[in-house]
Design a binder for this molecule. Structure first.
Ligand code: G
Ligand code: G
Ligand code: MN
Ligand code: NA
Length: 254
């Protein structure tokens, strides 16, 4: 398979880089965290979107190696920024289901933290609803181990999966990220508005942080603020940026 071979090669040749997108506090738009999003610069084909290669990496198992690289690079970069005087805030890293299900996943995270020296509270892991809701006791155990390390845990794309509310209560998580599909038409679509208001209420009542994703304009932002959504992320604030550009953006906003 062509893409698979190209991916293997890309891992050897380090053709990946991380871009970073800020998460802001609704109250004052200060940057309180940032999400790392992987990019692949293919020497012939140019930029290949993760929407295309992450599924292949997941099917072939290469996601484990790629995920390790992403985790290391995100932690290394965050610590480098702290060493350069930027505030200690968490970097959020997307974790694929297969990566999470490796029996040694929590040990891998512990190793990366020890190796890079990043304080655990400066790392947040984004897991999908599917992974979180998988009733396998082994998964809960992994979540507990991660929590015991001191890293933060969030549910990505919340609202698109099949979360059971009873289950949510048992999960050792910090943050719900509202999927951008609900944010897109929140101003015009009364169903989306109701869903968002409900998720925000659920999060606030359960003392979870809530981040709305895909915020692109002021009217969406105003709706979210009025509804009590604590944190936001989206093109309105910034697109995902290469490291150096993200750093300049961040410094201008301090
Ligand atoms: O940033 P962008 O819109 O191109 O990302 C597309 C998809 O790829 C999103 O679902 C995002 O969560 C996923 N993605 C981006 N970076 C990573 C990563 O480092 N690991 C995993 N597992 N998924 C990622
Ligand atoms: O699955 P996950 O939520 O991790 O994916 C995040 C994806 O959303 C990334 O590919 C990122 O580039 C993209 N993204 C971030 N902000 C916006 C936005 O405001 N609008 C849209 N359409 N996509 C966004
Ligand atoms: Mn994400
Ligand atoms: Na998401």
């Amino acid at each position: 398979m062509q893409l698979e071979n190209a991916l293997r090669n890309a891992l050897r040749e380090e053709q990946f880089e991380l871009h970073y997108q800020p998460q802001v506090d609704s109250a004052n738009q200060s940057i309180v965290g940032f999400e790392a999003l992987v990019r692949w610069h293919h020497p012939q084909q140019g930029m290949i979107s993760p929407a295309r290669f992450i599924p292949v990496a997941e099917e072939t198992g290469l996601i484990v190696q790629l995920g390790d690289w992403v985790l290391n690079e995100a932690c290394r970069q965050n610590l480098a920024w702290q060493a350069a005087g930027l505030p200690p805030i968490p970097v959020a890293v997307n974790i694929s289901p297969l990566q999470f299900r490796q029996s040694e996943f929590a040990a891998t995270v512990a190793r990366v933290l020890a190796h890079t020296g990043l304080p655990p509270e400066c790392l947040e892991l984004e897991l999908t609803e599917g992974v979180m809701m998988d009733a396998a006791e082994r998964n809960i155990e992994t979540l507990r181990r991660l929590r015991a390390l001191g890293v933060k845990l969030s549910i990505d794309d919340f609202g698109t999966g099949y979360s059971s509310l009873a289950y949510l209560k048992r999960l050792p998580i910090d943050t719900l990220k509202i999927d951008q599909a609900f944010v897109r038409d929140v101003v015009d679509d009364t169903d989306d508005a109701a869903i968002i208001t409900t998720i925000i209420g659920l999060a606030n009542n359960m003392r979870l942080r809530v981040v709305a994703e895909g915020v692109e304009n002021e009217s969406q932002m105003r709706f979210l603020i009025a509804g009590g959504c604590g944190f936001q992320q989206g093109y309105l604030f910034s697109r995902p940026l290469p490291g150096a550009e993200f750093e300049s953006f961040w410094r201008r906003r301090l």
